[in-house]
Design a protein around this ligand. Sequence first.
Ligand SMILES: [Zn+2]
Ligand SMILES: [Zn+2]
Length: 285
Amino acid sequence: MADPVMANDDPFWEKCARHTSRYTARKIAYFFLCDDCATRFTNEAFNSRLPIYHGDPMQGFCGLCNELKAVRFRQWFLCPICYNVASSYQKGFVSAATVHRFWQARVLPVVSNLTLRETDVVTLSPFARGKRTKRQAAEDLADADFLVSEVIGGQPVPRFHIELKAGPGAVDEMSEFQLDVNDYNDIVGPVLNTGLPAYVFHVQLGMEYFPPTMRSVARNLWWTDLATLTKHLKRRARRRDESKAAFYFEPSAFRPQTEFPEHIVKRGFEEVQAALAAAPPELAG
Ligand SMILES: [Zn+2]
Ligand SMILES: [Zn+2]
């Protein structure tokens, strides 16, 4: 069965596949994808716009589900912003799965009545410009990436949020920890709106290669809480090559994953909640 491709007289030829509006993009982005994930990209992220090319089946890591299976080289027109988003989905899946695994393996054995729920599940979506700024959206945000509840008498009582960040760096080798101002606000918003404390998990992602394909793998995990992180703020600056502003923190705000279970057993989240109530964080402009 020949796989259908976009015709070169299609009105969306040389237009970004993920942009819902017609947005000129002459860059051709490529991904190695299994058939299921190619269909997912087309239908969920790329406005049902077909790839312009499918290569022959080969063994490799899929650029969306991360599995080693039959994949094919596929190309779409994508603008740089949408290319970044599309290639970060698989990192999002890997880092969220890492938190679930950490919870199962390290936390549940010592505190079995704390449940972890993923409140901001990674979903594929097309690009459509929102009416509100990121800052306005953060003001109403009630959830971070995960919500942890304590089950008391069969009822889940929310205790704290977890916001997940992923990157290639190991915290103990960083000179500073960078967080976009928008991402910082996405943690502050839920804390202000729910009165619950929040933690930040940093998952270090490395790459594993099966040329010409590659995939992300989790290497390590560190954590901090919003009160401690805010205390370790060093400076605010524009990010290199980008217009977005970012905060830079002392990496010593973070602690190794091995210290998290004990912190939770000692109900450290109650101290964090008290610290945040005494000195409420502020949304950054
Ligand atoms: Zn796949
Ligand atoms: Zn785009």
